[in-house]
Structures are given as C-alpha cells and as structure tokens.
Design a protein around this ligand. Structure first.
Ligand code: ZN
Length: 280
C-alpha cells in the first residue's frame, strides 16, 4: 500500500529534530542547544525543504528543560517562514506535568510527539509511558487541536497504537513514527521495517526515524516505501563513518538531494499541513 504512494508521487515530509534531550555538545560541538542556535538550524533546514521541526527544551547549560520550550518556539517562529512546530512530550523520569509543557506553549504547537510505551535508558532508567500517561496527553492534544505523532519505539508499541485508535482519542490520518535503533527500539533492519509497514492500521501515514549509522540507509528506504522521514542531530551526530556532522542542514541537505534523485518531491509546510490534516 505504501509503495503505491511512492509510485503515485506522494510528496515527502521531512522532519528535522535539531537537538534532543540526551546527548549534548560534548558529543558533537555543532549540536544546537540554545534558542538562537536551534532557531537558526530550523531556518537553514526549512530553506532546504524541511517542513516540520521537532523541538526539545534545554536550559543555559544545555540540560533538558521543558520550561525553555516557549522561548525556543518563539525563536523558531521568528526565524522561520512557515515551518510546522512539533514539540516533544517525551522525557524519561520527568513528571507528566513537565512533559505536558510541550503542548501548553502559547500558541500551542500544531504537532507534538506522543510516546507509545516504555523503553530502557542507561543502567537504571525506564521511560514509563503508561497507558494513563499516553491517554492523558492524547486527550489534551485532541482538545487543543494538536496532531500527535505516535512514537513507535518497538513492534509492541504498534499494539498500543491500535489500542489508542480504539479509544477514539486520535484522529485520522493517524501519524505513526517507526523508530529503529539500539536497546529497546526495534532492531534496525530492512526486514523489520517492511514487516512493520505491512502491519500499520488503515488510514495511517508513517515516518521513519533511525538512530546513528542507520539514519541514512533506513530513511532512504522510508522514502522509497512511500513513508516520510526524520533527519537530524537528535538521532544521528555523524555525516558519514568517523566524520561528525557539521550541522542539521548538512544532514537534511543530503536527504533532500537523495529524494530529488529518487523522484520524490519535498512537501512544503503548507503541503505537509494538508497531508497530515493539521488544523493550522
Ligand atoms: Zn525528540
């Protein structure tokens, strides 16, 4: 079904996660952390064809801070033309009230991430993502007209997507982010991606996110299988083996070139809004 969308020329939504909440400048000094740096990265990527920016808050020292999201949202709106803002609601060990700050900016974002289940972090941490937490966030997003991107960290989380759809707390088209990588993520193999695409609910749209060295091959496969892709420094700090990325724009620029060669046009932010049914 999704390959059909490739054949039919469905435009490609490119999301850029400029910075995450885990690694910092010690891992790559080019990682943007402050509002001005994040906004500049978003502006460069929008110029290259990114239509969504996925945002995390970090404080002055670069530590994750949901309180900073307002300032970062403001800076991105100021710097960019019309890019769609997608705030995170993730955060291992953070109380739900803190995570909900991602959907309580003024104005509220058009999109937000919604983690679909638990995963391990480091030696002693687990991101809980209980059903209660997921439904509480989903309910508020629905009330505020915020489109959730459902984060499927592993195959079992697809069960939770089906379950959430049954509750009626998410609306069509369902936007599902398939995540591939180490630990409790889906093992990053082409075969696993094909299987998961075949298992998606009806009326869903999928995005591919892959960690580290898997970003380039698996997102390219996502382009060919009719999905959308997320490319940026939250997920991968290297341009190629042994060569740290200079910027988010360097990574996004390469994927934009690959998409052009594969005859997949990039969606503008306005087109992304239409594809995803954002209330705008
Ligand atoms: Zn994130």
């Amino acid at each position: 079904m999704s390959y059909q969308q490739y054949l039919e020329g469905e435009k490609l939504i490119l999301t850029v996660p400029t910075t995450g909440g885990v690694h910092g400048k010690e891992a790559n000094p080019n990682l943007p952390e402050q509002p001005g740096e994040i906004a500049e990265a978003a502006r460069e990527c929008e110029e290259l064809g990114a239509s969504i920016v996925h945002l995390h808050g970090r404080d002055e020292r670069g530590e994750r801070s949901a309180d900073r999201l307002q300032e970062i949202n403001d800076a991105v709106r100021e710097a960019c033309e019309e890019i769609v803002i997608q705030n995170t609601t993730g955060g291992t060990g953070l109380p739900l009230e803190d995570r909900a700050k991602g959907i309580r900016t003024d104005p509220v974002p058009e999109m937000a991430s919604l983690d679909m289940g638990p995963m391990n972090r480091y030696q002693h941490l687990t991101a809980e993502n209980t059903r209660y937490q997921i439904e509480t966030l989903a309910r508020e997003m629905r009330e505020e007209g915020i489109k959730p991107e459902m984060e499927v960290f592993n195959n079992g989380h697809l069960n939770e997507v089906y379950r959430l759809i049954e509750t009626g707390l998410v609306d069509e088209p369902y936007y599902i982010n398939l995540i591939f990588g180490p630990g409790t993520l889906t093992r990053p193999t082409p075969a696993n991606m094909v299987n998961m695409i075949g298992d998606l609910p009806e009326n869903s749209i999928f995005n591919v996110l892959a960690i580290g060295p898997h970003q380039l091959p698996l997102t390219t496969m996502g382009i060919l299988t009719g999905g959308h892709v997320r490319i940026g420094m939250e997920d991968n700090l290297y341009y190629r083996r042994g060569e740290p990325a200079e910027s988010n724009a360097q990574l996004v620029g390469r994927t934009a070139r690959i998409a052009a060669e594969l005859d997949r046009e990039l969606a503008t932010p306005a087109e992304a809004r239409e594809i995803l049914g954002l209330s705008g």
